[in-house]
Design a protein around this ligand. Sequence first.
Ligand code: IPE
Ligand code: IPE
Ligand code: MG
Length: 247
Amino acid sequence: MRKYSEQELIAFGLVPDRIPKHIAIVMDGNGRWATAKGLPRPAGHRAGVSAVKEIIRFTSDIGVESLTLYAFSTENRKRPKEEVGLLCGLLIESVNREIDELHANNVCIKSIGDLSWFPTAVQETVRAAEEKTKNNTGLKVNVALNYGGRAELVRAMRLAFAESEDADESAIAKHLYTARSGDVDLLIRTGGEARISNFLLWQIAYAELYFTDVMWPDFTREELIKALKNFAGRDRRFGGLNANGAK
Ligand code: IPE
Ligand code: IPE
Ligand code: MG
């Protein structure tokens, strides 16, 4: 539920009828943020959690419908087991600490990806958070955990074609992990790289892309406002003609 009035949104510099319904974020740069400060990588991941908290809160308050966050990719399984273990521990700790407030804010949490790869304690924590918030009607937060876009597409296509050999685009879209959220309107990547890294390959077909050099732990609500202002100025043609061209 949107907390701010139209006047308040305008005061932030936002355009009320040009707020994306579905934002996806590749939250990259935690490690480099820490290294640049002479800190160990885990300190970057910890700081990254604070950024997640601030961005969930603000997107909820401005009335975004869905927020899909890339937290751990299928490729991230290649990282040293110490780092993977630390990320698992941080996930459990953060969800347990924040779940009551998220629930109070009417946020509905869902994980996307293959959760079964994680230790049981991670699976249980995530499932409990999903269960607790499942009837909430506010911001839909999709957390990508052991997620890969290609794996998601293989799964969705198998399911769709098992139902019908004539499965069309909408039949496949129905079986994506993010089916409830639809296509992505704005994809943000922090951390300076301009690549997709196997995230939401289907859902970003017509997304507006926004790349920033800001490292994820420094991605404050002011940084999100910059991205949203930039988005508001884009001319989304979806292959058609813009308003002038159509005249
Ligand atoms: C993103 O930060 C978080 C995860 C992938 C879990 P990184 O850990 O990739 O940070 P950099 O890219 O090494 O700085
Ligand atoms: C993408 O970041 C995955 C997440 C943010 C979870 P990476 O750091 O894994 O991406 P690459 O390896 O630079 O492409
Ligand atoms: Mg990275």
